[in-house]
Design a protein around this ligand. Structure first.
Ligand SMILES: C[C@H](N)C(=O)N[C@@H](CCCCN)C(=O)O
Length: 474
């Protein structure tokens, strides 16, 4: 009996997996909103007159506040100082506010023919909403990472991180596959831009999928309140168990983190790897239309296979890392797959949808291998009390890429295809985009990721972080 009373709540398998299930709902909703506009790019161009650069600006907005106002770094410090309960609730609430602004911008037809600082007003305001949302979802991401370490250290940590990412990818998958059918289903008469003029016309409802995302985010916010109750019980059980409270976070901890070479290698690998995958997802449906000749309605199906594969593979590879190890090697293999896939996408041959399906599946394997090894490796390099700050610094560096690369791709797409803008301005049939240059940029990021992953494996050998060792303590 005494034995039972003295156990921590995290020793209960049902409790720790239950806690994981609840926080995964919040992240699922966040990932859905993150990618909900991706399959709508062609519609944003035809309905609201957006260019690829407008879409690039909007997509890059995700990182604006995180990067320039250092919101992610403040978020990490708040997390280490105030704890997971406060930070989780705050970040879920910020997600709801940002999504609501974005929804308002997309539904407000009067914005269509105004500009703010030279940017299409609708693009600008939707971007502000997305930027606020980006702060919320990123801080929620680091909070969830810290929650997983809190419940799963010494247990199935990589598997748990893999499961949480798998549920999040389900959100991404739904975001790629569902918006176009939803927008078509809720078609209505609304203001559109036709040859530069505002007209009332029957057309797809671009706002319907965003409204759906908003509802999911509110559910995610409510779910986090339930988690807060579990977290209080966990702390109470650990206190009763006589476990020492962690040393409080000190600002000097930041100095220790940034002087750790392993930290920088993980951070660089993270920005290079994610910049070659997440911004790609934003353009993938458009790539399918322009390179593989799919129609707008079905273009999202092939890219949606990418997160579909990761649903099963991320937990699988997480389990392999827990039991067998080989984390550094998994990251190298993932980076090699990235360069392979993007190089084939860049070649102006093999333009059949079958090849696109194969490449997307391989990219899904890469998107399972690297995250399932990379994130559980962070606690092997950084002490637990600095984890919130360390994750936030890694996410901050990553956000430079998540912000800059989509903008660069949109710009390069417009510059490489001047005929598209000319045809739009003249009200002619719009020609297809040539995606070669954007795909070369993605392949180059993959190449740099291979170099950094090799350096990380070398550093692991020198410092003995244990990245090649299993996570489960026997
Ligand atoms: C975009 C976000 N900053 C991110 O990196 N997400 C990761 C998951 C990070 C979870 C760490 N435990 C992803 O692969 O989605």
């Amino acid at each position: 009996m005494t034995e039972l009373i003295r156990r921590s709540l995290r020793d209960s398998k049902a409790a720790r997996w239950g806690a994981l299930g609840i926080i995964s709902i919040t992240m699922f909703a966040g990932y859905f909103l993150t990618d909900v506009m991706s399959p709508l790019k062609p519609m944003l161009e035809t309905e609201f007159g957006w260019s690829s650069t407008s879409y690039g600006i909007f997509t890059s907005a995700y990182g604006w506040l995180n990067v320039f106002l250092l919101m992610l770094i403040f978020g990490g410090i708040i997390l280490d100082k105030m704890g997971v309960r406060f930070t989780g609730l705050l970040s879920s609430f910020i997600m709801v506010i940002g999504a609501a602004i974005k929804y308002w911008a997309i539904t407000n037809p009067t914005l269509v023919d105004h500009t703010i600082w030279g940017i299409h007003a609708q693009v600008f305001l939707a971007s502000i909403g997305f930027a606020i949302f980006g702060v919320g979802v990123e801080i929620a991401g680091i909070t969830v990472s810290k929650i997983i370490v809190k419940w799963f250290k010494g247990y199935e940590m990589a598997l748990a991180m893999g499961m949480q990412m798998a549920v999040a990818r389900l959100g991404t998958m739904l975001a790629i596959a569902a918006p176009v059918p939803l927008a078509m289903y809720f078609s209505n008469i609304h203001t559109q831009v036709v040859n530069g003029e505002l007209v009332e016309k029957m057309g797809p409802s671009i706002s319907a999928p965003i409204a759906f995302a908003l509802v999911l985010l509110v559910i995610g916010f409510i779910a986090f309140f339930i988690y807060v109750g579990m977290d209080k019980k966990l702390d109470a059980s650990e206190a009763a168990n006589g476990e020492e409270a962690e040393d409080p976070f000190k600002f000097s901890d930041i100095g220790q983190i940034v002087t750790n070479k392993g930290f920088w290698l993980i951070a660089f690998l993270c920005v290079l790897f994610y910049s070659s995958v997440f911004p790609f997802i934003k353009y993938a449906a458009d790539l399918m239309v322009n390179k593989y000749g799919l129609d707008q309605q079905t273009a999202g199906i092939i890219p949606s296979l990418l997160p579909l594969g990761t649903l099963f593979l991320t937990p699988l590879f997480g389990g392999v890392y827990d039991k067998i190890g080989k984390g550094a090697t998994m990251m190298i293999i993932g980076a090699v797959l990235i360069i392979f896939v993007h190089t084939i996408f860049a070649l102006p041959i093999l333009n059949t949808w079958v090849v696109a399906v194969i490449l997307v599946i391989i990219l899904g394997i890469a998107l399972s291998l690297v995250p399932s090894a990379m994130w559980p490796s962070v606690p092997k390099i950084i002490p637990e009390k600095q984890l919130g700050t360390a994750f936030s610094l890694i996410f901050w560096i990553q956000n430079w890429g998540l912000m800059g690369v989509p903008l660069l791709i949109g710009y390069v797409l417009d510059k490489s295809n001047p005929q598209v803008a000319i045809a739009k301005a003249q009200g002619l049939e719009v020609p297809l985009y040539d995606y070669t240059n954007p795909m070369i940029i993605f392949a180059a990021l993959g190449f740099l990721a291979i170099i950094v992953s090799l350096l990380l494996k070398r550093e692991d050998r020198i410092k003995g972080y244990g990245l090649e060792l299993p996570n489960i303590q026997k």
